[in-house]
Design a binder for this molecule. Structure first.
Ligand SMILES: NC(=O)c1ccc[n+]([C@@H]2O[C@H](COP(=O)([O-])OP(=O)(O)OC[C@H]3O[C@@H](n4cnc5c(N)ncnc54)[C@H](O)[C@@H]3O)[C@@H](O)[C@H]2O)c1
Length: 349
């Protein structure tokens, strides 16, 4: 068996809420001692810097959407002092609502021993729309804003000038290169910059991918792994490779299934039945693609194709990323999968 049957959500992931339907969610770190090092402005690799890494206490999360709210919830629950930052008060209120309903939903699931306490989470959580204030005492920044390279680079550029020198920066991007996002930061910060890829719904999903970009220091990876442990997550580490681990394997799988249907090798329904009953998967690859969103699948593959065309050595073959006309046509026709009511299959809206 290739994959243990899991809740639908656990094999689903990806991108922004606008590109990943909310049905996916339904179906799936001030220093005290660390401040000394900041003040001294010491080199990253000193033992003092390593000590900073172990002393992550203040976590600032950017983006109070689906992912940012979940990350803030879990971090606050385990005792980090969390500052959640978004662009408007409305967005912050929305984030608080996401947290409240997550806590209530999970309490209903396990009434005897609810996994989260509203009191603990909210006592450790502050909100602000001021990014500079948000990071003034941060030990770790976790960015979970819109999946747009320029917007993320602009935010990190601003934060690089405002956050303490020892602060670690992490991005929750699903599909962008961590190295490219970090490009707007100073050389020094890029050593303290890595990927922390959480999965949706974050409070329930155990996995975090810890991503080491070429310039990420080993101490940074270790600090991020330690944070995951404190958040009771299982962390896996990987390089800054497209799709990291989970999506690097899942996206080609869905894409191959689409190409089988396109060539007429098998119907969409039969491909899905085959993978459910023959491989024990909880859902077939085409239904999975519909749930992820065909526009999202198309967007990711287009990005990967551009890397191959640009000659980037990222382990992707030309054949793998070759365009699927069927997928392009479905997207052009507005058949985006579950969220639009039709993709490879039809859905009640
Ligand atoms: N949704 C998923 O399933 C999923 C899973 C893993 C990773 N991700 C990644 O997480 C990130 C966020 O995804 P999401 O689904 O939570 O998106 P979302 O649309 O739910 O939330 C994004 C939030 O970021 C805010 N924002 C935008 N610009 C900002 C800025 N400059 N400063 C502060 N806040 C800002 C928006 O107002 C919004 O509240 C993306 O990079 C996405 O790829 C998403």
């Amino acid at each position: 068996m290739l994959m243990r049957p899991t809740p639908k959500s656990s094999i689903l992931f990806l991108m922004t809420r606008s590109s990943a339907p909310t049905t996916i969610a339904a179906a799936r770190l001030a220093l005290t001692s660390g401040h000394l090092n900041r003040a001294a402005g010491s080199a990253f690799s000193t033992s003092a810097a390593s000590r900073n890494m172990q002393d992550i206490k203040n976590v600032t999360v950017f983006g109070a959407g689906l992912m940012g709210a979940g990350i803030a919830q879990v971090a606050a629950h385990v005792g980090f002092k969390v500052t959640l930052c978004d662009v408007t008060d409305d967005a912050l209120n929305n984030g608080k609502k996401i947290i409240e309903s997550s806590i209530q939903r999970l309490a209903k699931k396990s009434p005897g021993a609810p996994p989260f306490s509203s009191e603990i989470v909210f006592s450790n959580l502050n909100t602000t729309t001021d990014p500079t204030r948000a990071v003034s005492e941060a030990d770790l920044v976790v960015e979970a804003i819109v999946e747009n390279l320029k917007v993320k680079q602009d935010l990190f550029k601003l934060l690089d000038g405002s956050a303490p020198r020892s602060c670690v920066f992490a991005t929750n991007t699903s599909s962008l290169s961590v190295r490219e996002i970090a490009e707007s930061c100073s050389d020094d910060r890029r050593k303290r910059f890595g990927g922390l890829h959480f999965f949706n719904p974050e409070p329930q999903m155990k996995l975090v991918e810890v991503v080491k970009a070429p310039e990420t220091a080993e101490e940074t990876v270790e600090a991020l792994l330690a944070v995951c442990k404190q958040m009771d997550k299982t962390a896996v580490r990987c390089t800054d490779t497209p799709g990291f681990i989970v999506n690097r394997l899942l996206v080609p799988y869905m894409f191959e299934a689409i190409k089988m249907v396109e060539r007429g090798d098998a119907s969409a329904a039969d491909v899905d039945v085959a993978m459910k009953l023959g491989a024990g998967h909880p859902m077939g690859p085409l239904q999975l693609a519909d749930f992820v969103g065909l526009d999202t699948c198309h967007h990711i593959m287009t990005g990967w194709r551009e890397k191959v065309e640009n000659g980037e050595d990222v382990g992707l073959s030309k054949d793998l990323v070759a365009e699927s006309k069927m997928l392009t046509d479905l997207v052009a026709a507005g058949k985006l999968g579950r969220k639009s009511g039709e993709g490879f299959f039809k859905y009640d809206k």
